[in-house]
Write a protein that binds this ligand. Structure first.
Ligand SMILES: Nc1ncnc2c1ncn2[C@@H]1O[C@H](COP(=O)(O)OP(=O)(O)OP(=O)(O)O)[C@@H](O)[C@H]1O
Length: 375
């Protein structure tokens, strides 16, 4: 394959096709466009993600986009399109175009979701620190955790539960500090009193009620995932690594202590799996949290201990997370030092709440926003 440059866009010959019905998510207009695929950037359980560019006239190129291709017409995946079409938030990956296309390789129709492209996943960023035997700076952990919580404030405000929070479903730009939640392939608008499947979410990040088989769960399952992701940034590896689905609960019990019988019963009265009711450690769970996450300081430990709790209703809500003192450093100093840079730069705007967010935040908005010192 030869490579050429067009408008600074590196293009590979041979990986292009015409799509007849490319719809802009912004204007809703549909038109014919040439799609040039550049390189594969991700592979998931359901499809592939490629970096690609779009053009109408072969002169003006749009992109780069991350185009996610999934088999079309499955009810499961069309939810992803529906949710991405309405989501409009700085911490949620933005859908820009979408279209269907018949693949000449297997003669199947694929849905194509062209999203803004970010350079890394949080998983890659975490691994980079581990490989270099370094700890991720606390400021970065605050910045990323805050933005995941802000994305959740918005999503949960819409009633949408992501259901697959994990570091590889969180995109980051380490040079700007911007973070966006991606992969809405498992997301669902949860309706009150309507059951949903409990076999959802990647094992290490599954909330205890899901492990037990609860089908009436709430968006608080995502908050559990957020706690797992924050813990993973702190220690450089997944904090609960169960070797089998039910053993996942054992890993949780090693940190939190045994689950309460009431919690098990109200999650799933028919649960007949192991209870792990004997303490798996001596001392208090506070001591365990301090041992695992000591370098996050008392505020980090306090926050994690209020997120990683069995009872979903007891877990902090997104707005209480945003208001937590762990994030005071972001309110007091609006700069950070990106990895590999020697000069600090300004943090992305973390407090530009829109009317919808302000409505959900209520009186919390004033606690979350930095208080400006009068000049
Ligand atoms: N907007 C984007 N910008 C950059 N990379 C992306 C983007 N969207 C997805 N990716 C990359 O593609 C990978 C797979 O994307 P995604 O998680 O949406 O697909 P999936 O088929 O649902 O995957 P999985 O089965 O692992 O959950 C991501 O982990 C990431 O590496």
């Amino acid at each position: 394959m030869s490579t050429e440059e067009q408008n600074g866009v590196p293009l590979q010959r041979g990986s292009e096709f015409i799509a007849d019905d490319v719809t802009s998510n912004k204007s809703n207009n549909t038109r014919r466009m040439l799609v040039k695929e550049y390189r594969k950037i991700g592979r998931g359980a359901f499809g592939t993600v490629v970096q690609a560019y779009l053009t109408q006239d072969k002169k003006n190129w749009l992109g780069p986009f991350a185009i996610k291709k999934v088999p079309a017409h499955t009810e499961y995946k069309s939810r992803e399109l529906q949710i991405l079409r309405i989501a409009d938030h700085p911490n949620i990956v933005k859908l820009q175009y979408f279209f269907t296309h018949l693949s000449p390789q297997d003669n199947k129709v694929y849905q194509h979701l062209a999203m803004e492209c970010l350079p890394e996943t949080l998983q890659i960023e975490i691994n980079r620190y581990v490989t270099n035997k370094l700890e991720m700076p606390l400021k970065h952990i605050r910045l990323y955790t805050y933005q995941i919580a802000r994305g959740m404030l918005y999503l949960h405000g819409l009633g949408v539960c992501h259901r697959d929070i994990k570091p590889s479903n969180v995109l980051v730009d380490p040079e700007t500090g911007v973070l966006k939640i991606c992969d809405f392939g498992s997301a669902k608008k949860l309706e009150h009193n309507q059951p949903s499947i409990s076999y959802i979410c990647s094992r290490f990040y599954r909330a205890p009620e899901l492990i037990i088989g609860c089908t009436q769960y709430t968006t608080q399952i995502d908050i559990w995932g957020l706690g797992c992701v924050m813990g993973e940034m702190l220690i450089g590896k997944a904090i609960f690594q169960g070797q089998e689905p039910l053993l996942q609960l054992r890993e949780i019990a090693k940190l939190l202590g045994p689950p309460d019988k009431r919690f098990i019963f109200f999650s799933n009265p028919a649960y007949d799996g192991p209870l792990f009711s004997k303490p798996l450690f001596s001392g208090s769970s506070q001591q365990r949290f301090e041992k695992y996450f000591g370098h996050s300081g008392p505020d980090g430990i306090d926050l994690l201990m209020k997120i990683l709790v069995y009872e979903p209703q007891q877990r902090l809500s997104p707005r209480r997370i945003l208001a937590h003192q762990f994030f005071n450093e972001l309110r007091n100093d609006d700069t950070f030092l990106p990895r590999g840079f020697t000069e600090p730069i300004k943090l992305p705007n973390l407090f530009d709440f829109n009317d919808f967010e302000l409505q959900i935040l209520g009186e919390f908005a004033d606690k979350i926003k930095p208080t400006k010192v009068a000049e």
